[in-house]
Design a protein around this ligand. Structure first.
Ligand code: V47
Length: 345
């Protein structure tokens, strides 16, 4: 059996030639998934941008730089869900800001309404950052909030809010939000309920390469205990309309290296997602040769990353998406939200 890579060895991988690294990651990808690239037909819904927290990297929440607060009514959300369901969309990915004015019921009732009306629609909702916010705001334990999520029909949790686990960087970019330990604790508790989730990493801002490896190692440790993460999703930091003031976007070389290294380090996480929204579609296609076996989905409408400059606001259409995967030499496979295969396109 291959020896597991250590923290120091993982950090040293950044010194390798990009293509050498790509070959190592591609071998792992091919062993796990062959040429298959997974995607799903999904719709992101972001019901409110009013936020009690101030993350320096965020361009989505209503604030001085984005003074357009909105909060959708449940009727408005159900109009969207009705429309997407009628067009065959199989997952709604519902993530909001941390709105202190709506009440806990507003956050939870919508899941129950969706699930009662459309039992087959997968509800992926509430990041660990939202769980922590709701627990604090409404004086509940994490266990209580997670139980309420299950009772109200949440099927899986997205990987948002992980950012970078290193405490110093975290303090600088999103002080006051869920801590790293709490983020991991919430996912552990979710997994202990037999539920699956994803995990992200926001990179390309003030963090170091060492911080990224530390982030991956903490994920690997939890995954050893629970096995509950479906996918790792490195999110490329978008530079516009936020308070971090990073002028130079991370290079494609660094994105590809980070992808490849995460494929090597996270030997226990089955899927590596190249989230085209933050990497661009073109680079996400290249990521398929650097370890990535998942391209998220058609998305349809996206608000969080597009607020920070990503050209993703209207998603991509299915035909085009499938053709791009095929033309880049891979096999597009539609999956459900927990990675059961639905259809080879
Ligand atoms: O947690 C915020 C990130 C995340 C910026 O689980 C930014 O399948 C880049 O988590 N530049 C939300 N990123 C999105 C997310 C996600 C997306 C797709 C799939 C899944 C999944 C999860 O967006 C936040 C934060 O890390 N974000 N601002 C920015 N300026």
């Amino acid at each position: 059996m291959n020896k597991r890579i250590t923290y120091d060895e993982a950090l040293a991988l950044y010194d390798l030639d990009l293509f050498e690294l790509g070959e190592m990651a591609d071998k792992i990808r091919q062993d796990k998934h062959g040429k298959k690239t997974y995607f799903n037909i999904n719709r992101h819904i972001n019901p409110t941008n009013v936020c009690a927290d101030i993350c320096k990297f965020c361009a989505y929440s209503a604030n001085r730089k984005n003074p357009n607060p909105y909060t959708m009514s449940h009727d408005e959300i159900m109009e969207i869900v009705k429309d997407v369901e009628s067009r065959g969309i199989k997952e709604v990915h519902i993530v909001s800001a941390h709105n202190p004015d709506t009440g806990l019921k507003w956050y939870l009732d919508i899941f129950k309404t969706i699930k009662t009306t459309y039992p087959d629609l997968h509800v992926k909702a509430l990041t660990a950052a939202e769980v922590d916010f709701l627990a604090r705001e409404y004086d509940k334990t994490y266990d209580e909030i997670l139980d309420l999520m299950v009772e109200n029909g949440v099927d899986s949790m997205p990987g948002g809010g992980a950012e970078i686990f290193d405490e110093n960087v975290r303090d600088y970019i999103c002080k006051g939000k869920v801590t790293s330990e709490q983020w991991l604790d919430i996912h552990q508790k979710w997994h202990e309920r037999g539920k699956m989730s994803n995990v992200t990493m926001l990179f390309g801002h003030v963090e170091s390469r060492a911080n990224r490896i530390d982030h991956m190692m903490r994920i690997r440790d939890l995954q050893d205990k629970t096995g509950g993460f479906n996918a790792f999703i490195p999110l490329v930091y978008q530079t516009e309309n936020n308070y971090l003031k990073i002028e130079n976007a991370v290079t494609a070389n660094e994105v590809l290296k980070t992808m490849a290294i995460s494929r090597i380090v996270l030997d226990n996480v089955p899927n590596l997602k190249a989230y085209w929204v933050t990497s661009t579609v073109n680079l996400a296609l290249v990521c398929q040769e650097f370890g990535a076996n998942d391209l998220d989905g058609t998305i349809e409408k996206e608000s969080i990353n597009s607020a920070a400059g990503a050209k993703s606001a209207n998603g991509v259409d299915l035909e085009n998406f499938v053709a791009l995967i095929k033309n880049s030499g891979f096999e597009p496979v539609e999956r459900d939200s927990v990675y059961n295969e639905i259809k080879e396109w």
